[in-house]
Design a protein around this ligand. Structure first.
Ligand SMILES: [Zn+2]
Length: 363
């Protein structure tokens, strides 16, 4: 009996640190819903070894370079979460001639899965932009561009109202659409009986086809397309209003500490000095110009902007801090790692890459 106990403990312990890839992916998708990502992006599971694939260890990285891939294999990882999708443009062949193709070939040979959340995490409440927005301390933060709910959760995205002298047979045929995502509500007002349908797009087309058989009924029908309200704490970029204004010099110091860098690039807004005050800061992790352009703020904080985009901001009196693309995102991986550990109930070991770094250095 005594001899069996260590073996039993070992079996329990090894079971605790493993999870099927499909379960891991569905939980990662729930944490950062792919529907929040930009339409041009390529997020979710990108490389899948033949199932079943068990995940014991996950490596988080900003970019999956060949150095990071070797680190993942050396560390015995079964899954790499790469913030940026290493497979973005369509691959027409998988040879060893190009580094992106080699990544996929090596990953599949070594049974290493690859997942990318990218702009889903950009948009997320408590995602990368909220992390970057805390660079100057406590603030009230709102997204610069809000996201809508991905779809009407019930599937009933349209309201069709009609009434008047509706033939009984027509009413019963519309009611018979119930099974195809239609709810009917009898209404009564000064015009007499009216019927309101809450329905899906497909059911709407079928209902309209039935109503069109009576030109008078069809002409008096009214249609409303429902929209979900925006998700107030979810979206691209953040506008951060500080509780206490700080000088630009103090902002530079705080950002260096927050992102862990000794050097940044700073452009002072027209007429501004290092002593000028910052109360409102607009942030966008990564490449910020499309989100930040024209936003009224004392300071823009992002990874990269082009020369001409910086000139535009400066001319409007806005100062700009650039810390290079991935440096504006990498520090968030520690927070993401903690969130993932929690959502996987500690069943998968989550580690952050040591070799991942921005290719650019300010020297
Ligand atoms: Zn990025």
């Amino acid at each position: 009996m005594l001899r069996c106990r260590p073996l039993l403990l070992l079996a329990v312990s090894s079971r605790r640190h493993v999870m099927d890839l499909a379960s891991v992916v569905s939980r990662l998708d729930a944490l950062a819903p792919p529907a929040l990502a930009e339409s041009w992006d390529n997020v979710g599971l990108l490389v899948e070894p033949t199932p079943p694939h068990q995940v014991r260890k996950m490596l988080l990285t900003n970019d999956l370079t060949e150095d990071v891939l070797e680190e993942a294999l050396g560390a015995g990882a079964d899954l790499v979460l790469s913030y940026h999708p290493p497979v973005f443009k369509a691959l027409k062949r998988l040879t060893c001639a190009h580094w992106k193709e080699r990544l996929v070939v090596r990953a599949l040979e070594k049974r290493l899965a690859v997942y990318s959340p990218h702009t889903a995490c950009d948009a997320l409440a408590n995602g990368v932009n909220d992390w970057l927005g805390r660079a100057l301390g406590s603030c009230v933060s709102v997204p610069l561009r809000t996201c809508s709910s991905p779809s009407h959760p019930s599937g009933y995205g349209h309201i069709l109202e009609f009434g008047g002298d509706v033939p009984e047979s027509m009413l019963s045929r519309v009611s018979a659409l119930q099974g195809t995502c239609v709810r009917t509500y009898p209404l009564r007002n000064e015009d007499g009986a009216r019927v309101r349908l809450s329905c899906s797009h497909n059911a709407l087309l079928q209902a309209l086809a039935i109503l069109s058989e009576d030109p008078e009924v069809y002409k008096n029908a009214e249609l409303l397309t429902l929209q979900k309200p925006p998700l107030l704490d979810t979206g691209m970029g953040r506008l951060c209003t500080l509780s206490e204004p700080v000088s630009i010099a103090a902002a530079v110091k705080s950002v260096k500490i927050h992102v862990g860098l000794n050097h940044l690039r700073l452009a002072l807004g027209r007429g501004k000095t290092l002593g000028s005050s910052v109360r409102v800061m607009a942030v966008c992790a990564g490449s910020g110009s499309s989100v930040l352009s024209g936003v009224p703020a004392d300071l823009y904080l992002t990874g990269e902007m082009s020369h001409h985009e910086v000139l535009d901001a400066v001319a409007d009196g806005r100062s700009v801090i650039l810390c290079e693309h991935s440096n504006s995102e990498r520090g968030y991986l520690r927070e993401l790692g903690a969130q993932i550990t929690q959502c996987l109930e500690g069943k998968v070991e989550v580690v952050v890459s040591q070799t991942d770094r921005d290719p650019l250095l300010v020297v």
